[in-house]
Design a protein around this ligand. Structure first.
Ligand code: M6R
Length: 654
C-alpha cells in the first residue's frame, strides 16, 4: 500500500486502500542497530508555477538509475501537505497517483531509493513526515547518530512510526521551524545536530513557496529556471526545463523560492557556489527511439569516443590537456602511478596500466578502490593516483582518493559527471565526454574512460619526454580513427545478436583474453553477470591451464578475445594454442578476431570480426560486441536491461 497523507495542521489522517491493514503501532524501541537509511538515491525538489507532482515525478524518472526499490512524492497545496510513496519501481508510484492523485500544488519533493538496510517497503519509502504532517523530507545518506536523536525525540513526545533515520529529520525540522519560523534556519539547526552523510530536501506546509535542501557528501544541484527552481541529485532531473545549474558544496544549505536561491554554510554564513551551464540537452537523457537506454548508449559510442578527444589535440597532433592542472614539473617527478576504480572503470584502469607502462616506462599498479586503503598502500608526493569514475560519486573510489591525498599523493580524476565529488576532491580532472549514461550497465562511459586513459598515458609520455613528438602524433592519429572503427563494429552486430539469442538457455559463459584482451574478457563477463544474471567469468588465457580449464565441459561457450596477429605476434601465437586447448575439451568457441586474422578460423565455432587496430587500442573495438552480446542475451532471457536486479548506477556506500 502506498501511504497517501494529507496534513492540515494536526494529526495525520491516513488513507488506506480498501482492506489494507492500518498502520502499525509506533516503533519507539528498540531502535535498529543500523538505521534503515537511504544511502543511494535520487532526490528532486521543485518550486514554480507548474504542477509539482508532474515535474517531480518526471524528474524521478530520470533519476531512477540511482535506485528503483521505492519511490515517493510530497506536494504542498491548500495550506497542507500531501504525500504518496510506494515500494518497487516508479511505475508503482505512478499507478498509485493515477488512482489517488494528490491535490494540485506548485511546490514539491520526491525520492527514488536503493535500499541498503531495511527492506524496500512502503513504510521505508520516502518522503517521511513529522507527526503533524506539516514537514516532509527526502534523504540520501545515513544518519549515524539517529538512535540517540530518536530517543530524545520520543522523550519530547514525538511519535516515530518507522525505523528509518530520515523520519528523525522530519521531526527535528518541525521542532526547529516552530522555534525559528525560518525553513532554512531550521535546516541549518538540524544539520548541525546530524552525524554521518546526509543530503536532504524538505518542504514545510507553512511555507508553500519554499523548498530547502542541505548537502553533505551526496550531490545536490540547483536548476535555475524562469520563475521556477529545481533541486536534484543530478541535472538530468531538470534538464528538460533548464540547463543553468548551481552546484552546491559540502555542508551547504540552500533555500529555493520561485525567483531566487540563497545558499549558506551550515553555520549560516553566505557560501560560495559554482554556477555552470549544462552542455548537453534533454534528448541526451532520453531513449531517442531505442528500446533501452543501454542500446542507445551502445550506439552513442562512436560520438562519445570522438567527443572525448575533441579540443585536446592541436593542429600539429600534440596533446593539450589544459584541465590537467598538475604542473609538468610535478608530473616529471612522479615515480609511480596507481590507478584506482571499481567495476567497469576498474577494467578501464587495468588497460591503462598497459598503456602507461608501455608509453611512459613508469611503474603502474591498478587496484580495486574498495581494497586500496585497507592494505596500507605505499604512497608519497611522487605518486600519481588516477581515479576513474563515471559518476564521480562511487564511495569506494572517493575514499581511495581521500586516502591518497592524505598520504601526499597527487590525484588526477577521470570522470564523466561535471562537478561531482571525486573531481572536486582531486587535484585535477580529465572529463570524459560521454554525455549522460543512464543504463546501469556502463558502456559508452567505459570506451571514453579508455580514451581518457590513453590521453593521460600519452600526456605523461609527452611531458616526461619518454615519447617523441612524432610517436605521439602517430598514436593520436590512430586514436582519432577509433570512432570510425567503433562505428564499423556496430554495423556488423546482427550475427552477435543471433548468437546471444541461441545461448540464452546456457548457465555459464567464460571469457578469455591476453594482455589488454584480459580486462576486456573481464568486462564481457561483468556485463553478462549484471544483465543476464548468468555465471560468467573472465580469465587471463594463460591462467586457464592453472585451474579454470577444469570448468570446460562439452558445449560450454567460451569467448576468446584474440590479439592482433600483427605487432606482438607472440601473443597471438599463444592465444591460438589456448583456443585449441579449450576446443579440445569440448568448448564451443566464440572468437573475436581482427579482420584478416585467418589463423584462428579453424578453431572458431563462431567468429566475430573487428577492425584491425594497434594492440593497445584494441579494447575500444573488442568490447563493443561483448556489450551487444550481453544486452541481447539478457533481453532474450526476459530481463530488463536498463535496471538490472539488485543494482544501482552510483554506488555511494562502501
Ligand atoms: O560511477 P563509477 O564509474 O565509479 O562506477 C563504478 C562501477 O560501479 C560501475 O562501473 C559498475 O561496475 C557498472 N554497473 C558496470 O556496468
Amino acid at each position: 500500500m502506498g501511504s497517501v497523507t494529507w496534513g492540515s495542521g494536526s494529526a495525520v489522517p491516513e488513507r488506506r486502500a480498501p482492506g489494507a491493514p492500518p498502520r502499525g503501532p509506533p516503533l519507539l524501541s528498540p531502535a535498529p542497530a543500523r538505521p534503515y537509511g537511504a544511502d543511494m538515491c535520487g532526490i528532486v525538489g521543485y518550486v514554480g508555477a507548474q504542477s509539482a507532482q508532474d515535474v517531480v515525478v518526471a524528474g524521478l524518472k530520470r533519476l531512477e538509475y540511482r535506485g528503483y526499490d521505492s519511490a515517493g512524492v510530497a506536494v504542498l497545496a491548500d495550506g497542507g501537505l500531501a504525500a504518496a510513496r510506494k515500494a518497487g519501481k516508479l511505475l508503482n508510484l505512478e499507478k498509485e497517483l493515477k488512482d489517488r492523485p494528490l491535490p494540485g500544488g506548485n511546490t514539491g519533493i520526491g525520492h527514488t531509493r536503493w535500499a541498503t538496510h531495511g527492506g524496500p517497503t512502503d513504510a521505508n519509502a520516502h518522503p517521511h513526515l513529522d507527526n503533524a504532517g506539516r514537514v516532509a523530507v527526502v534523504h540520501n545518506g545515513i544518519i549515524e547518530n539517529f538512535a540517540g536523536l530518536r530517543e530524545e525525540l520520543a522523550g519530547r513526545g514525538h511519535d516515530l512510526t518507522s525505523e528509518t533515520d530520515t523520519e528523525v529529520v522530519a521531526h527535528l525540522l518541525a521542532e526547529a521551524y516552530s522555534s525559528s519560523g525560518d525553513p532554512a534556519e531550521a535546516m541549518r539547526q538540524v544539520c548541525r545536530q546530524l552525524e554521518g552523510a546526509f543530503t536532504l530536501v524538505a518542504v514545510h506546509a507553512d511555507e508553500p513557496d519554499v523548498v530547502v535542501g542541505a548537502r553533505r557528501n551526496s550531490p545536490l544541484v540547483v536548476g535555475v529556471g524562469e520563475g521556477e527552481m529545481f533541486l536534484a541529485s543530478d541535472v538530468a532531473a531538470f534538464i528538460a526545463h533548464t540547463r543553468d545549474a548551481i552546484e552546491l558544496g559540502q555542508d551547504q544549505v540552500v533555500e529555493l523560492r520561485r525567483d531566487g536561491v540563497t545558499v549558506t554554510g551550515f553555520d549560516g554564513r553566505p557560501a560560495d557556489v559554482r554556477e555552470y551551464h549544462v552542455d548537453w540537452d534533454a534528448s541526451a537523457a532520453e531513449k531517442g527511439g531505442y528500446a533501452s537506454f543501454m542500446l542507445k548508449e551502445i550506439a552513442d559510442q562512436p560520438k562519445a569516443v570522438a567527443d572525448t578527444l575533441l579540443g585536446r589535440i592541436d593542429g600539429s597532433g600534440a596533446l593539450h590537456l589544459d584541465e590537467v592542472r598538475i604542473p609538468p614539473s610535478v608530473l616529471r617527478e612522479v615515480d609511480k602511478v596507481v590507478v584506482v576504480a571499481c567495476g567497469t572503470a576498474f577494467h578501464a584502469g587495468m588497460i591503462a596500466k598497459y598503456a602507461i607502462e608501455h608509453w611512459t616506462r613508469l611503474p603502474c599498479e591498478t587496484e580495486l578502490a574498495s581494497e586500496f586503503r585497507y592494505r596500507d598502500p605505499i604512497l608519497d608526493q611522487r605518486t600519481l593516483v588516477v581515479a576513474i569514475s563515471q559518476s564521480g560519486e562511487t564511495m569506494d573510489t572517493l575514499m581511495a582518493v581521500r586516502h591518497a591525498r592524505e598520504q601526499g599523493a597527487k590525484v588526477l580524476a577521470i570522470c564523466n559527471t561535471n562537478g561531482s565529488t571525486i573531481p572536486r576532491e582531486s587535484d585535477a580532472v580529465l572529463y570524459t565526454h560521454a554525455g549522460p549514461e543512464v543504463a546501469v550497465a556502463s558502456t559508452k562511459a567505459f570506451l571514453t574512460q579508455l580514451v581518457a586513459c590513453y590521453l593521460v598515458a600519452l600526456y605523461l609520455g609527452q611531458v616526461r619526454g619518454t615519447k617523441w613528438g612524432d610517436e605521439i602524433r602517430t598514436v593520436v592519429r590512430q586514436l582519432s580513427e577509433m570512432s570510425g572503427a567503433v562505428e564499423r563494429v556496430l554495423g556488423t552486430m546482427e550475427p552477435v545478436r543471433e548468437l546471444a539469442r541461441s545461448l540464452a538457455s546456457h548457465d555459464t559463459v567464460l571469457f578469455v583474453g591476453r594482455h589488454v584482451g584480459y580486462p576486456v574478457a573481464m568486462e564481457g563477463a561483468l556485463k553478462l553477470k549484471e544483465l543476464a544474471y548468468m555465471h560468467a567469468e573472465g580469465f587471463a588465457a594463460g591462467e586457464l591451464k592453472h585451474g579454470p580449464i577444469a570448468l570446460i565441459d562439452e558445449g560450454l561457450p567460451v569467448v576468446v578475445i584474440a590479439p592482433s596477429p600483427r605487432g606482438r605476434s607472440v601473443l597471438h601465437d599463444k592465444i591460438v594454442s589456448n583456443i585449441q586447448e579449450i576446443r579440445a575439451r569440448g568448448a564451443r568457441t566464440v572468437v573475436i578476431a581482427e579482420e584478416g586474422d585467418e589463423e584462428v578460423v579453424p578453431y572458431a565455432d563462431h567468429l566475430i570480426r573487428i577492425p584491425a587496430t594497434p594492440t593497445l587500442l584494441q579494447p575500444l573495438v573488442a568490447t563493443v560486441p561483448l556489450q551487444v552480446f550481453a544486452c541481447e542475451l539478457a533481453t532474450a532471457r526476459g530481463n530488463e536491461v536498463d535496471q538490472p536486479r539488485n543494482l544501482a548506477k552510483s554506488v555511494t556506500v562502501e
